[in-house]
Design a protein around this ligand. Structure first.
Ligand code: FE2
Ligand code: FE2
Length: 304
């Protein structure tokens, strides 16, 4: 597929392209990961789907090229933009990890939206952590089964699952520490870890934390978490940002019981949930088909 094709698809040039096809183009561009792709991704922000735009920001962070910083700054600074999209722009700045982003992140440390404020706090802590010369390099860049750049590094110093559980669920601790426990549990990958992480879906202190738990459960693809994710998707009192992440996690786990739940909410009154179910149903089909790769032949991926 040419860049011209990809641009026409992702920007829905002819107005006829389904969201799930646009998502596949998005992940093809993510895998291409060059400056030309970043330029195309930047153009797609002129859209009215918060789901698509938050994914654009996520992908720009994962590509990890400082070339994308100006566009992410614009998205974060735009108070008319959906908080979920601004959150993802702040997180992407953290993923790119340039100390020069600290200023803008500090500016939104008191944002009116908790999810933006807390993301800026996490991104600032991550950038400072990575640039702290007193911390050994092997504690900063850890490899795991997962290829994502995470908002906090796993904490390899803690081995005990019960200690990780206590940190994860302790609402008095800084989010950065709780996230570190979250990614450590994810990397452990046991059913025990999945059960502990699933408890985090009921954490009443932070919607940001709950949405990240749902994302991590989607990455793990362990069927044990399915009933908990369905409960989150079905909870209409839950924030749409969290329900959206539960829907996409179900699309990625893709066991038979995920299908009726996704179908049930594919016309949800919250646009972001409705669109997530549409994309998740496409992922479900992909997971249950012989297609080798979701992003049109250029690598497997998990959606944010
Ligand atoms: Fe997010
Ligand atoms: Fe998301």
């Amino acid at each position: 597929m040419t860049y011209e094709n990809l641009e026409a698809i992702i920007t829905n040039k002819n107005g006829q392209i389904s969201l799930h096809k646009r998502f596949r183009a998005l992940f093809t561009l993510k895998n291409l990961a060059d400056v030309k792709s970043i330029d195309i991704l930047a153009k797609a922000f002129k859209d009215d789907s918060a789901l698509l735009k938050h994914e654009l920001a996520f992908v720009l962070g994962q590509i990890k090229n400082p070339y994308a910083i100006p566009i992410l700054n614009t998205v974060l600074a735009d108070k008319t933009e959906d908080p979920m999209v601004r959150h993802e722009a702040a997180e992407a700045l953290g993923a790119i990890g340039e100390p020069s982003s600290l200023n803008i992140l500090e500016e939104y440390l008191h944002d009116e939206h908790d999810v933006v404020r807390q993301t800026c706090e996490l991104a600032i802590t991550k950038i400072k952590y990575e640039n702290n010369k007193e911390i050994p390099e092997n504690q900063k860049n850890q490899t795991s089964l997962y290829t994502s750049i995470d908002p906090a590094p796993a904490n390899t110093k803690i081995q005990s699952v019960s200690e990780l559980r206590d940190i994860l669920l302790n609402t008095n601790l800084p989010l950065f520490e709780r996230y570190r426990a979250m990614f450590t549990l994810r990397n452990l990958g046991t059913t025990d870890a999945v059960m502990i992480l699933s408890q985090g879906l009921n954490d009443s202190s932070s919607a940001l934390f709950r949405h990240e738990i749902a994302y991590v459960l989607g990455q793990m693809q362990n069927p044990t978490s399915v009933p908990f994710l369905i409960e989150t998707l079905k909870n209409v009192n839950e924030l749409s940002m969290v329900r959206h992440e539960a829907a996409e996690a179900l699309g990625s786990i893709a066991t038979p019981e995920c299908l009726p739940a996704l179908k049930e909410f594919k016309n949800d009154h919250e646009r972001v949930v409705k669109e997530s179910c549409e994309v998740a149903l496409d992922m479900y089909e992909h997971e249950n088909s012989l297609e080798l790769q979701y992003a049109d032949g250029l690598g497997n991926t998990v959606i944010s």
